[in-house]
Design a protein around this ligand. Structure first.
Ligand SMILES: Cc1ncc(COP(=O)(O)O)c(C=O)c1O
Length: 400
């Protein structure tokens, strides 16, 4: 018997594990479980992308390629960053990795020294603090409150900065809240970061999934100074329904890209070669399937919000999300009350009770550092969604 490293001990076990294990048990027992916990599009990868991967295989593109990415793919990413974000990068500033999650790990590993503080808006995507801790960094949270549309302000960032603050993790559109920051809000935050020399890890994985009239703006667009402090992270998982392919990328200043490239050459080498050819087809091919998927999400969002509007009288509330495919359902008004005689103490209890008694699975907000809400994904069919929301309403009406 030996001890695992202190580094790995710092990583918290996944809080969603117990809920998803129970949901799987119920499904295996033949129960119809409606799952609002999904974090990926329920659409197939568009045909032309699959064809590109098959062609790569047929042509024998099955060997190692450059660790930091296939030149053709880097070129496609450079073009995408210019076309969609008006950002100028050289291919040497792009690193292709095994999903945006891997890009985020690389970025934090390459920037954070033990003891450095990283500002993370809360609620947060649960991977961020664990990666920061695994690199010896210290997560410091800035509370994005529902009252402010789940958005942090420049003043909050300024107030949180200390001499040991090195990085801000910024996510717009946001998981879990669906918040989309406006250009003005982003410019104000950028001003503070430039003034205090704070590196911004800008997670833009949900860039394409925006509804309600907002548009995506990258913090790197604010100024050349801000761009020099920004690591833009993006990928194909969410926009092109390619979660299982595992391809993400980052764009950053040259000296950092060089360091990450060396590290990746010793850790994972290149992302699998067929996936990289598929990603070229995703970025350069027909956008119609992607747009259809986005429209479908938009329609479901409207259905969900309309239904949630009708549930306000039951003590449930929400902040209108403009992006991604999630909504945080505020349920703190039910805390302290009882369901079937059992006291409701927080979001984990709500999730557990809904699963046990209504066969509805969702993610408790406590997993994202916010116990006042539960997260509902609308990456499921409208039929299931309506049935599931009906059951949530039924549950809330039975709380005493
Ligand atoms: C905010 C955020 N960033 C990054 C990722 C990771 O995406 P990928 O599948 O590219 O690793 C996710 C996936 O859920 C996410 O929600």
């Amino acid at each position: 018997m030996f001890q695992v490293s202190e580094r790995i001990k710092a990583i918290a076990p996944s809080m969603t594990l117990a809920i998803s294990a129970k949901a799987n048990e119920l499904k295996a027992a033949g129960e119809h479980v409606i799952n609002f916990g999904v974090g990926e599009p329920d659409f197939n990868t568009p045909e032309h992308i699959c064809v590109a991967a098959k062609e790569a295989l047929d042509k024998g593109y099955t060997k190692y390629v450059a660790a930091a990415g296939l030149p053709a793919l880097k070129k496609a990413i450079v073009k995408k960053l210019k076309k969609d974000n008006n950002l100028d990068y050289e291919a040497s500033q792009i690193i292709v990795s095994n999903g945006a999650k891997h890009s985020i790990f690389n970025a934090i590993f390459a920037v954070i020294n033990p003891g450095d503080e990283v500002l993370i808006p809360k609620p947060y995507w649960l991977t961020y603090p664990e990666v920061v801790k695994s690199c010896g960094g210290i997560p410091e949270y800035i509370y994005a409150t529902p009252r402010h549309g789940y958005k942090i302000t420049a003043a909050q960032v300024k107030a949180a900065i200390r001499p040991q603050t090195k990085m801000l993790i910024f996510t717009s559109p946001n998981n879990p809240t669906g918040a989309v920051y406006t250009e003005d809000e982003i410019r104000a935050i950028a001003e503070v970061c430039v003034k205090h020399n704070i590196v911004v890890l800008s997670d833009e994985i949900y860039e394409k999934l925006i509804y309600g009239g907002e548009t995506h703006f990258s913090i790197a667009q604010c100024s050349p100074e801000m761009k020099d402090l920004t690591i833009v992270v993006n990928g194909v998982s969410k926009s092109y329904a390619m979660t299982g392919w595992r391809l993400g990328y980052l764009a950053c200043p040259e000296h950092l890209a060089k360091a990450i490239s060396s590290f990746q050459s010793h850790s994972t080498s290149n992302v699998n070669t067929m996936t990289q050819y598929a990603a070229v087809a995703a970025l350069e091919g027909d956008v119609k399937p992607m747009n259809e998927m986005i429209e479908a999400f938009g329609r479901r969002r409207n259905i969900m919000l309309e239904k949630l509007d009708g549930m306000k009288a039951l003590g449930l509330d929400y902040v209108k999300p403009d992006g991604a495919f999630y909504v945080m359902l505020l349920c703190d008004k039910l805390y302290g009350k009882r369901y079937k005689g059992v006291k409701i103490r927080g979001s984990m209890d709500i999730a557990d009770m809904l699963l046990t008694h209504k066969k509805v699975a969702l993610t408790p907000g406590v997993c994202f550092g916010d116990d006042d809400a539960v997260r509902l994904s609308y990456a499921l069919s409208a039929k299931d969604m309506l049935e599931g929301l009906e059951k949530i309403a039924e549950f809330a009406s039975e709380v005493e």
